[in-house]
Design a binder for this molecule. Structure first.
Ligand SMILES: [Ca+2]
Ligand SMILES: [Ca+2]
Length: 155
């Protein structure tokens, strides 16, 4: 009973505001509503996206490659995450390796690890520069890419 009365009062107030101060009343109601609908945690989560590449020798001319990061997503769908490794070069960044159809964690974090031979990473005479891109899919945002740091080595 009490709730019904409150709702009726609120509705009457909204109508009065709408009739009396159409512009200001509507704007105030909207900004208050938005403030309540977006807790600060959501805003913080939206403020960072990143991808990180690490490469370490595991012996026998092989290397362990790890790509990790975070993507701010509206929702997580299966197979929403792929990666590509590239050589960092002056004229043409060659695609060295792909790993497709992985899925991010529910919070948008992602992580993948694989072992690759040094010949694949040996993209230059002398020193090699390798980076990765994470390809992310979101049903509302579409597809986007996050580029990692460049790892330098003699692979
Ligand atoms: Ca290079
Ligand atoms: Ca090389």
């Amino acid at each position: 009973m009490f709730r019904y009365k409150l709702a009726a009062v609120a509705a009457a107030t909204a109508v009065t505001a709408g009739l009396g101060l159409a512009g200001a009343g509507a704007a105030n109601a909207q900004s208050i509503g938005e403030h309540k609908a977006k807790p600060s945690a959501t805003v913080k989560r939206a403020s960072y996206n990143y991808a990180h590449l690490a490469i370490r020798s595991v012996g026998g001319g092989n290397y362990s490659v790890t790509i990790s990061g975070h993507a701010t997503l509206t929702s997580v769908t299966p197979r929403n995450f792929s990666i590509s490794l590239y050589s960092d070069d002056t004229w043409f960044d060659e695609n060295l390796f792909d790993k497709n159809w992985m899925t991010t964690f529910p919070n948008g974090d992602f992580w993948t690890q694989f072992t690759i031979d040094g010949d694949t990473l040996d993209e230059d005479w002398g020193q090699d520069e390798v980076y990765a891109r994470a390809h992310i899919w979101d049903p509302a945002l579409g597809s986007f890419q996050l580029t990692t740091n460049v790892v330098t080595g003699s692979f």
